[in-house]
Design a protein around this ligand. Structure first.
Ligand code: GLN
Length: 273
């Protein structure tokens, strides 16, 4: 079977064009551009069977990123597996917000619940002069973040622990997090890619606010004077997060929108102590 025929077959089976191209390129160990250049290239038997298996799993709903084992975030190839969330383009807004507000000079920045390490690695890539710490509670996430840092040749400190716990008091210029924030009753959890992602990375108690509340409570102790907290949250949680930060004494509280124009990131500065 040719490249062109294989893609047609996948579209006929109901796959999205992009998904089909990503999976076929993965089976052939080539780029997507290569597929367009060599439409008449013949798949060998192994490649053909591999593609058939992946097509079937994709049709059953498995995320493409788990099938290929990588997802691009901030133009970096990030390895992913079923132990962590797949990095979302919306989370690039969080990286942008941090880069825009923090001085480019040396700074200490911690990413809480780092998962694959995507946020911490994007920051380390943009600001090699920063000391970036990536924290996660799950040993599988720690291992994955470490392997991503090594593969990308980026230096970050990786610590296992619960939110701010591994950080010394008064040590950070910014705390950044994309924590779990979905309510357990949200019907969105039974649709699409999220069905295959770990619940611990998605769901939080207190209408999805528990993790954000704990981070907001813990961050003032580990932040330096005027240090920033940046959190990602659900599109309907902007007001609740602003209120939480304001009531906890944070200043300069503000919500930013994601690519679709929805409330997605709220930030604030450490309360004066
Ligand atoms: N934004 C993701 C989603 O809605 C959830 C990310 C998270 O829980 N931190 O699928």
């Amino acid at each position: 079977m040719t490249v062109k025929a294989a893609l047609q077959q996948a579209l006929g089976a109901g796959l999205d064009r992009l998904d089909a191209e990503l999976l076929l390129a993965f089976c052939l160990v080539k780029s997507r551009t290569w597929l367009f250049t060599w439409p008449e290239h013949q798949l060998d038997a192994d490649q053909y069977h591999h593609f058939q298996r992946l097509m079937k799993r994709r049709s059953a709903g498995e995320p493409v990123a788990y099938l290929t084992g990588t997802r691009e975030f901030w133009s970096l190839p990030i390895r992913v597996n079923a132990s962590t969330l797949i990095p979302r383009p919306d989370t690039e807004t969080l990286v942008e917000a941090v880069l825009a507000r923090m001085p480019a000079k040396a700074a200490a920045v911690a990413d809480l619940g780092t998962g694959s390490g995507a946020i911490a690695l994007a920051l380390a890539h943009e600001r090699p002069q920063w000391r970036v710490t990536a924290i996660d509670r799950e040993p599988e996430a720690i291992a994955l973040a470490r392997s991503n840092a090594e593969a990308l040749g980026l230096t970050i400190r990786i610590e296992q622990g619960d939110w701010c716990e591994p950080l010394a008091d008064n040590s950070q210029d910014a705390i950044v997090s994309n924590p779990p924030y979905i309510d357990a009753a949200d019907p969105h959890l039974s649709e699409g890619d999220v069905r295959f992602e770990p619940r611990s990375a998605l769901v939080a108690a207190e209408q999805g606010m528990e993790a954000i509340r704990r981070i907001a409570e813990q961050a003032p102790a580990v932040l330096r004077k005027s240090g920033w907290l940046f959190v990602e949250h659900g599109w309907r949680q902007g007001e609740a997060v602003r209120l939480l930060l304001s009531n906890s004494g944070y200043s300069d509280v503000e919500t930013l929108s994601d690519l679709a124009g929805n409330d997605r990131i709220t930030l604030g500065r450490r309360p004066a102590q």
